[in-house]
Design a protein around this ligand. Structure first.
Ligand SMILES: [Mg+2]
Length: 223
């Protein structure tokens, strides 16, 4: 089991700046949940003559030059991901139905978007794109596992908090820091989703926003 991780000062500052609220809360990731990333990133790799080695749902150790079996280094992957967000994040596509489902859920729940987006300059770009898609909820930028930030966001809120994210690392971290959370592993890309073996703390594995809305709608709204 993952160890609880403290939130960074950077994300805590953003959490402290939020208006206070005691409404029930959904904390939702952005990449591969609200905005497509995997298919877009695959295209981005192809343009650089790189490809995924397998459909396993990870980047590190799983990207290689086309025709080679030797993965590029962890540092090279990090640089590629940074370059992707710098060059492409203004035109990522929305996952179908995300806007509608979140709007419907917002009548009963507060919604905060918690995203591991590199580069402070990319945050306003992402906020504008989401606004343009009709997704106007506050965006908080984090780095590393999300458990600490999610536990801090749960303070003063009714239980359960709903956490939606594609990453197994973030889900393990949230389970360690806030075991009462309802955890939805949302992976938009069908191929990557098929490769996911959900952990015991995952309450729903999906890539469908209607199903996500119905699942959350079936949870008694806490008061
Ligand atoms: Mg994500």
């Amino acid at each position: 089991m993952a160890e609880p991780t403290p939130p960074s000062a950077h994300v805590l500052g953003q959490i402290d700046a939020l208006p206070s609220s005691n409404r029930p809360l959904i904390v939702c990731d952005v990449d591969e949940v609200i905005l497509h990333m995997a298919d877009h990133f695959t295209e981005f790799l192809g343009a650089k003559e790189l490809t995924f080695l397998s459909s396993g749902y990870r980047f590190t150790g799983n990207i290689a030059p086309i025709g080679s079996n030797a993965p590029i280094s962890q540092e090279a992957v990090r640089q590629l991901v940074d370059a992707f967000f710098d060059e492409e994040s203004h035109r990522q596509r929305m996952v179908e139905g995300a806007d509608r489902a979140l709007k419907e859920l917002h009548s009963d729940w507060d919604i905060l978007l918690l995203t591991n987006l590199p580069g402070v300059h990319n945050k306003p770009v992402r906020e504008k794109l989401l606004q343009d898609f009709g997704i106007p909820y506050p965006v908080l930028t984090n780095s590393g596992p999300k458990g600490g930030a999610v536990a801090a966001l749960a303070a003063g809120r009714p239980s359960p908090l709903i956490f939606i994210d594609d990453s197994p690392v973030n889900h393990a971290s949230v389970n360690a820091s806030l075991p009462s959370a309802v955890q939805i592993q949302f992976v938009a890309d069908e191929t990557f989703r098929a490769a996911v073996k959900p952990s015991n703390h995952i309450d729903l594995l999906t890539g469908d926003w209607s199903q996500t809305r119905d699942f959350i709608g079936g949870i008694l709204v806490p008061d």
